[in-house]
Design a protein around this ligand. Structure first.
Ligand code: PHE
Length: 358
């Protein structure tokens, strides 16, 4: 009969000498596998006398346990060595600066709205919103736009069917001014709001889109006059376009819902084909404004003898195009990633008056 001590020493030596996890696995099969050496030894038990079988069997089981333990320990030490090796090779240099990977960009419309909120927010305005689908009363009648006004004609306005019992139809709001009405009817003055949002007109060419954005402004207090309107809008234009001495001109105009009304122009030059804001002798129209019409105040239940105020409205695409040199209105809505990467803004650079609005 074979000397089990010698067999064990031989196997342990082989296990200790195994140079890799693969070699260890090979050894495990050779010793403990179905046709392995230990299995063969176990098979010889059958031919022994009962007493002898008992002692030999116990010795073989002990041998098996020893070998299994040695194989397990050797495997763990191989795994640990392999991990150590990997950790050594895969060292990460945490002092290397991160290469910022910014996939998204803020659309110029969103950015411009954030800038408007930052500028007017500093002057005490809050943001108000209203529905895109409006009724005739809020979009037109309450704003002193009579039935025969051209803005009511099919060609400017998207009307919704069906008609109400009184024959009126809902409309996609043609401007943000209906939110003036909603605010004045719902809140008591003092009122100081801006209303950025979508507006809709049945118009489509290089400078008109059937959907575009406006920002409305409304201030209602007891002693508000034209001087406040001018101061507020001059301040806005200079801050938004970032030109301290930007020339700003108020040109008499007409809106049904303001009296007097004005259009605001800013100074620019068009020399050499390029538009430059703030210099030169040319003017560029950027917004409409005026003192809220007494009829509009009365329509909202406010006493024009007690309250006054001013309102303004401007196209967001237009001022964004002027500020950021975007030549074509239609590109705003094409969702072209190349355009967005070029004209878009970094999401972490939020506009503020401290860090600058652009
Ligand atoms: N609602 C007007 C427009 O769409 C703009 C405006 C608003 C003018 C408020 C004066 C006051 O053209």
């Amino acid at each position: 009969m074979e000397n089990l001590d010698a067999v064990r020493d031989d196997w342990l030596r082989q296990i200790a000498a195994a140079g890799s996890a693969d070699a260890l696995e090979q050894l495990r099969v050779t010793i403990l596998g179905r046709n392995g050496q230990l299995t063969a030894l176990l098979k010889t038990l059958g031919g022994l006398a009962p007493d002898e079988r008992k002692t030999r069997g116990a010795a073989l089981n002990a041998l098996k346990a020893t070998v299994e333990e040695a194989l397990g320990a050797a495997k763990r030490s191989h795994d640990r060595a392999a991990l150590d090796q990997r950790l050594k090779e895969e060292r990460i240099d945490v002092t290397l600066p991160v290469k910022a990977e910014i996939d998204g960009r803020v659309h110029p419309i969103s950015q411009t709205i954030d800038e408007l909120i930052a500028i007017f927010g500093e002057m005490g305005f809050t943001v108000a919103e209203g529905p895109h689908i409006e009724d005739d009363f809020h979009n037109f009648t309450a704003l002193n736009i009579p039935a025969e006004h051209p803005a009511r004609q099919e060609h400017d306005t998207f009307y919704l069917t069906p008609r109400a019992a009184d024959g009126s139809r809902k409309v996609l709001r043609t401007h943000t001014s209906p939110v003036q009405i909603r605010t004045m009817m719902e809140t008591k003055p003092p009122i100081r709001i801006i209303v950025p949002g979508r507006t809709f007109r049945s118009d489509h060419d290089a400078t008109h889109s059937p959907m575009f954005h406006q920002v409305e402004g409304l201030v209602i207090e007891k002693n508000i006059h034209m001087g406040h309107l001018k101061g507020c809008l001059i301040e806005f234009c200079r801050t938004f376009f970032d030109v301290d001495d930007l020339p700003v001109r108020f040109r008499p105009s007409y809106f049904p819902f303001t009296e007097p009304s004005a259009e605001v122009d800013i100074g620019c030059s068009r020399e050499g084909g390029g538009l430059k804001i703030g210099a030169g002798a040319d003017w560029l129209e950027i917004l409409g404004c005026g003192m809220v019409h007494p009829k509009v105040l009365a329509n909202c239940g406010l006493d024009p003898a007690e309250y006054q105020g001013f309102a303004f409205g401007m196209g967001i695409e237009r001022i964004a195009m002027l500020k950021y040199g975007i030549p074509d209105l239609r590109t705003f809505y094409e969702s072209d990633l190349r355009w967005l990467r070029h004209y878009g803004f970094l999401p972490l650079e939020q506009p503020s008056l401290v860090s600058g609005t652009r």
